[in-house]
Design a protein around this ligand. Structure first.
Ligand SMILES: [Fe+2]
Ligand SMILES: [Fe+2]
Length: 199
């Protein structure tokens, strides 16, 4: 599907704020791809489509993702489901077949271990695009995103850990696995914490 047609369709599917965000991620992902020698068209396409399922009701997300590997916890969460459903909708509605682009859509919310360069770009573009409401550390992260991709991933994942800690929640296991790439001791702590005394 041509870009203009995708944009036209997304404009109908998304609310105004989400649509603006989407264009911001598309543009930021393209800039980052240029900086880091990644394919700009793939980055732009993944940025444009990353939230294509975001404005669906949860039940529709679950339906869209019926062929995907989805656990019961995910089915309760719009935040987690929109990325999985987004990958499926990108295939079925927007005709995307490129696995790299689809992976970037799938993992944009949680991250995971061993992320590709394109996946990192979309993960980061999502949190720094120009329409993002300011949050502490945003400007520094924006600068880092144009210089040091892994450094920026480490910063962003750390911020996400601090954020969930403040809220008394725990980090999603996939996000923890992504962070543990930069802080191997975290993975060991986690293993130690989950061990029962009898073991
Ligand atoms: Fe998203
Ligand atoms: Fe997003």
């Amino acid at each position: 599907m041509k870009r203009d047609k995708i944009e036209y369709k997304l404009k109908k599917e998304l609310d105004r704020q989400r649509f603006e965000h989407t264009l911001g991620v598309e543009q930021t992902a393209r800039e980052m791809a240029r900086v880091f020698g990644e394919n700009e068209e793939k980055a732009a396409l993944a940025g444009l489509l990353h939230d294509c399922a975001k404005c669906m009701p949860l039940s529709q997300m679950v339906k869209a993702a019926k062929h995907a590997d989805v656990d019961p916890v995910m089915k309760e969460s719009k935040a987690l489901m929109h990325a999985v459903a987004g990958r499926c909708v990108a295939v079925s509605v927007y005709g995307v077949q490129d696995e790299e682009v689809l992976g970037a859509i799938r993992w944009h919310t949680t991250g995971h271990a061993n992320m590709t360069r394109l996946e990192k770009i979309i993960y980061l573009a999502d949190v720094i695009e120009p329409n993002r409401k300011p949050y502490p550390g945003l400007e520094a992260l924006r600068a880092q995103c144009m210089q040091d991709l892994d450094g920026a991933m480490h910063t962003a994942l750390r911020m996400s850990l601090e954020h969930v800690k403040e809220q008394g929640r725990t980090l999603h296991p996939d996000t923890l696995a992504a962070l543990a790439m930069y802080e191997p001791e975290l993975a060991q702590d986690e293993a130690a914490n989950s061990r029962t005394p009898e073991e």
